[in-house]
Design a protein around this ligand. Structure first.
Ligand SMILES: Nc1nc2c(ncn2[C@@H]2O[C@H](COP(=O)(O)OP(=O)(O)OP(=O)(O)O)[C@@H](O)[C@H]2O)c(=O)[nH]1
Ligand SMILES: [Mg+2]
Ligand SMILES: [Zn+2]
Length: 348
C-alpha cells in the first residue's frame, strides 16, 4: 500500500469530497426507497460489497442486491444484517434495504491511504496469511498480519502457495520461515493451486470456519479459491514481468461457501498491511513471545531499546527468541513513530 504522503489539508479535502458523495448516495437511496412498501425483515449476510450497494444472502441461500442506509456502521463482507425487500417486487428494480447490522464477533480493519480505518472483513474466525516464492515473502510483512490477527482476536494460519515453484534456494528460505513461525505456535501449510497439491490439509484447516485469504497481490489467493471451489471462477492475474509483483486483480472482497461447511472470503491484495492506527504498546502485545517477556524487564517503562535489564534484548542476545522478530518489531515501531511525528509536525 502507498505510504501516507498526503498533507492534512489534502486529506481533509478528500474526506470532504467523500462525505459529499456519501450524502448524495444516501439521498438517492432515500429517493429510490421513498414510498416503497417494504416486506418483512429477514436476517442475511453480506457476501459482496460495492460502493453503496451490497449483495445479501439469507439462510435459504437466496441473494439480493440491497442499498444500505448511510447512518449504519460501514458494512463489509461477512457482516450479518437485517434487510427488507420491497413488498411488490415486480414494480421496481427489486433493490432491498439493509436496516440494521448485527454485532460483529470480530473485524479485521486497516487504515486506507488517507489514514482512515476501514473494515476488510467481519465475523472472521481464521485469517489465512498467504505467501509465495514469488512475489518474495518477508517476515516483516507476515508479522504485520500476525499483529493484526492477534489484536483482532482472529486465529492466523500461514499458507505458502506456489510450492511447485520452489527451487533449492527458495526451499531454504521457506524452511527458515516455517521454522520461525511454527516455533511461535502458528500453523503453516504448503499448497500449489496450479498442481492442486496440499489442498486436503488446507480444506481440513478451513472447514466450518469463516476464513479470509489475505496477502500481497499475486501470491495466488484467488487461484487457491478456484482450486478449492471450481465454481468460484475468480479472475486471476499474471505477475508483472518487470516488477515481479502482482497487478491487483481482485478489487472487491467476496464470500464463498465451503462444501465442508464454513466460508471463504477472497480479498484484494495489498503491498503492506498498515498498522498506523495502533500504539507501540499494542504492537508489542501483537508479538506473542515479546509481550510475554516484556513483563520481566527491569524497568516498568522499559522502551526495549538500550535500557539495562531489558528482557527482550537479553533473550535475543542469548538466542532464546528470534532476533529477526525483534528487529521487525523495532522497524514497525519506528514506522509508527514516524507517522506520529509527521502528524504532530503538520498540526503545528
Ligand atoms: N506456479 C504457480 N503459479 C500460481 C499458483 N497459484 C497462482 N499462480 C499464479 O500467480 C498469479 C497470481 O494469481 P492470483 O490468484 O491472481 O493472485 P491473487 O493473490 O489473487 O492476486 P490479487 O487479486 O492481485 O491480490 C497468476 O498468474 C496465477 O496463475 C501456483 O500454485 N503455482
Ligand atoms: Mg485475487
Ligand atoms: Zn525491555
Amino acid at each position: 500500500m502507498a505510504k501516507r504522503k498526503l498533507s492534512r489539508r489534502q486529506k481533509w479535502r478528500i474526506e470532504k469530497i467523500q462525505q459529499e458523495r456519501l450524502a448524495r448516495a444516501e439521498r438517492k437511496a432515500e429517493r429510490d426507497t421513498a414510498g416503497m412498501h417494504l416486506g418483512p425483515a429477514d436476517h442475511g449476510r453480506v457476501v459482496t460489497h460495492f460502493g453503496q450497494q451490497v449483495i445479501v444472502e439469507n439462510d435459504r441461500q437466496e441473494r439480493f442486491r440491497c442499498h444500505f442506509r448511510a447512518n449504519l456502521a460501514q458494512l463489509v463482507v461477512g457482516d450479518r444484517v437485517i434487510y427488507q425487500l420491497p413488498e411488490d417486487r415486480s414494480n421496481d428494480d427489486g433493490l432491498g434495504v439493509i436496516t440494521a447490522m448485527e454485532p460483529r464477533h470480530s473485524v479485521l480493519e486497516r487504515p486506507d491511504p488517507y489514514g482512515k480505518l476501514k473494515p476488510v472483513a467481519a465475523n472472521v474466525d481464521l485469517m489465512v496469511i498467504t505467501v509465495a516464492p514469488l512475489p518474495a515473502p518477508s517476515s516483516i510483512l507476515i508479522d504485520r498480519y500476525l499483529v493484526a490477527a492477534e489484536l483482532s482476536g482472529i486465529e492466523p494460519l500461514l499458507l505458502l502457495n506456489k510450492a511447485d515453484l520452489l527451487d533449492a534456494d527458495d526451499r531454504d528460505i521457506i524452511d527458515e520461515l516455517e521454522a520461525l513461525y511454527r516455533t511461535l505456535g502458528y500453523g503453516f501449510l504448503e499448497a500449489s493451486a496450479t498442481r492442486a497439491d496440499g489442498l486436503a490439509d488446507l480444506r481440513k484447516a478451513l472447514a466450518g470456519k469463516t476464513c479470509v485469504l489475505v496477502g500481497q497481490s499475486g501470491v495466488g489467493k484467488s487461484s487457491i479459491i478456484n482450486a478449492l471451489l471450481p465454481d468460484a471462477d475468480l479472475e486471476v492475474g499474471d505477475i508483472s514481468s518487470t516488477s515481479g509483483l502482482g497487478q491487483h486483480t481482485t478489487v472487491t472482497a467476496r464470500l464463498f461457501h465451503l462444501p465442508e461447511g464454513g466460508d471463504l472470503i477472497d480479498s484484494p491484495g495489498i503491498r503492506e498491511f498498515g498498522l498506523w492506527h495502533i500504539s507501540e504498546q499494542q504492537l508489542l502485545s501483537g508479538y506473542r513471545e515479546l509481550a510475554e517477556l516484556a513483563t520481566r524487564c527491569r524497568f516498568r517503562n522499559c522502551s526495549h531499546h538500550q535500557e539495562p535489564g531489558c528482557a527482550l534484548q537479553a533473550a535475543a542476545d542469548e538466542g532464546l527468541i528470534a532476533g529477526e522478530r525483534l528487529d521487525n518489531f523495532y522497524a514497525i515501531a519506528a514506522s509508527l513513530e514516524e507517522e506520529d511525528r509527521r502528524e504532530r509536525y503538520q498540526s503545528d
